[in-house]
Design a protein around this ligand. Structure first.
Ligand SMILES: Cc1cc2nc3c(=O)[nH]c(=O)nc-3n(C[C@H](O)[C@H](O)[C@H](O)COP(=O)(O)OP(=O)(O)OC[C@H]3O[C@@H](n4cnc5c(N)ncnc54)[C@H](O)[C@@H]3O)c2cc1C
Length: 431
């Protein structure tokens, strides 16, 4: 049956306009591609403070990507540096185990510090202000090529070019579709790309903490038998109030229970569980809960289509890497598509897209496996394993070369990022 005529045509159609989609749109519009972005949600809702209470850890590599996109200066006021990380095991008999591990930005050697233009290992950014920075930049770059409150309802990936059908009847033909439509990814389903799914039976409680002592750019990951408790540094308020973002992982029932406690009872639970480093903790304002799982698409590409961000991979938030992986996907795609253009290849050329997949899929699979293993190792109270992991923390803490390697990974410079910096970080973007 002949395909219905497309009412509009573009080079790159991006489905989904959240963190991955907005960054993808800004990148490719600035690289001179003819881009459309389609987002079904109304932006006034998703940009509102009440929509998302999380902070994102942005690793050094991700921050460099935002710098290359000339977005970092606008984001920096909403970011707090991470110079130190403390990893501790749960309290026993009311006391924190003395076997701990700390990472400090000074643990990096001079050579690494120079290579990676060191400063902090990364930053904690507040999601909603960062969304607004991305939205401003995207709106400016796309103008009326941004289709909001518009849902892609029909996907045709038959030859020669993909055609998308909107719920409102519009049609869009593109050389390449980039699916940034999140974990449920209707695009991935329509393309019949399979998925490996790992349920965690864990939920995360997210809220803001005020605390007596300054965080001094320390991030804390405190492992408890039913999941980790993270206190991540946020910028102080203008009146000097010290703040961190709480991500507390527990069973669904426990998280739902905590989310309903009054402020004083929640404060008591927090203070009984965490160590002394920040002084008394006070939970403040709205609370959010998120069910946790991991997933990985069997492949990322087919002719005319590439999956990006959570549409391709979803990892446990234990190491704060999900969006960072998306940023590296985008940087890698940018490099591949700029090359396609230079070589006169079609943007949807499968061979070229497979290079993106070959670069990104092993890196994302490694992060999925590492975060999965970390969660399983620490979410057990089984005494022999517990003793082994406490010893492990203390041993790794005394191995400077291994720590250097782990810090480099956490900064986002593993798997080809570092030795081979992507196009965005080498300044190909027009200023
Ligand atoms: C508790 C928690 C803490 C986290 N902490 C960190 C962290 O510290 N650091 C980090 O890097 N990552 C972190 N992450 C992960 C990070 O939040 C995600 O990786 C990231 O938000 C995914 O963004 P995305 O744009 O790929 O997907 P999504 O945010 O899911 O966006 C998908 C978009 O597509 C749109 N859409 C879907 N279908 C259609 C359609 N048919 N038509 C039009 N639009 C459509 C949706 O409306 C949505 O806006 C955390 C996650 C959780 C749960």
């Amino acid at each position: 049956m002949p395909t219905a005529p497309a009412s509009e045509r573009c080079e790159i159609a991006i489905i989904g306009g959240s963190f991955a989609g907005m960054t993808t749109a800004i990148t490719f519009a600035r690289l001179g591609f003819d881009v459309r972005l389609i987002e079904r949600a109304p932006y006034p809702t998703t940009l509102d403070d009440g929509f998302d209470g999380r902070g994102h850890a942005i690793a050094k590599a991700g921050q460099q990507i935002f710098e290359a996109l000339e977005l970092w200066d606008d984001m920096a006021p909403y970011a707090s540096a991470i110079d130190h990380i403390r990893i501790t095991d749960a309290k026993r008999n009311g006391r924190i185990s003395p076997l701990q591990m700390t990472f400090n930005v000074d643990d990096l050697g001079l050579r690494e510090a120079e290579t990676y233009k060191s400063g902090p290992m990364g930053y904690i950014t507040e999601n909603q202000p960062i969304r607004r920075v991305l939205f401003q930049a995207m709106s400016k770059a796309l103008g009326d090529k941004l289709w909001t409150e518009c849902e892609v309802a029909d996907f045709d990936f038959s030859d020669p070019l993909p055609v998308l059908g909107m719920k409102d009847g519009r049609r869009l033909q593109a050389d390449l579709v980039l699916a940034c439509d999140g974990r449920p990814s209707p695009t991935r389903k329509a393309a019949k790309i399979g998925l490996r799914f790992i349920p965690y039976n864990q939920w995360a409680l997210v809220t803001c903490l005020h605390h007596e002592q300054p965080h001094n750019n320390w991030a804390y990951e405190h492992f408890m038998p039913d999941g980790p408790f993270a206190a991540l540094p946020l910028p102080d308020l203008p009146d000097g109030t010290h703040r961190s973002s709480l991500v507390w992982t527990k069973s669904e029932a426990a998280v739902k229970g905590l989310s309903k406690l009054d402020q004083n009872d929640l404060a008591d639970c927090l203070n009984a569980s965490f160590g002394p480093w920040l002084g008394r903790l006070t939970p403040v304002g709205q609370r959010w809960v998120y069910p946790l799982s991991a997933q990985h698409a069997d492949r990322y590409v087919m002719p005319g289509l590439a999956l990006v961000g959570d549409a391709a991979h979803g990892v446990h938030p234990i190491a704060g890497q999900g969006f960072n992986l998306a940023l590296k996907d985008i940087a890698s795609l940018a490099e591949n598509l700029v090359e396609s253009r230079k070589r006169g290849l079609a943007l949807g050329d499968l061979h070229q897209l497979e290079r993106y997949q070959a670069w990104r899929r092993p890196d994302n699979a490694a992060m999925l496996a590492a975060t999965d293993a970390l969660d399983r190792l620490f979410s057990t109270g089984f005494p022999p394993l517990r003793i082994a992991r406490d010893m492990g923390l203390a041993v790794v803490d005394r191995m400077p070369r291994l720590k250097k390697r782990l810090i480099t990974e956490a900064m986002g410079f593993g798997q080809g990022f570092g030795a081979k910096l992507p196009v965005m970080a080498t300044g190909i973007l027009p200023s």
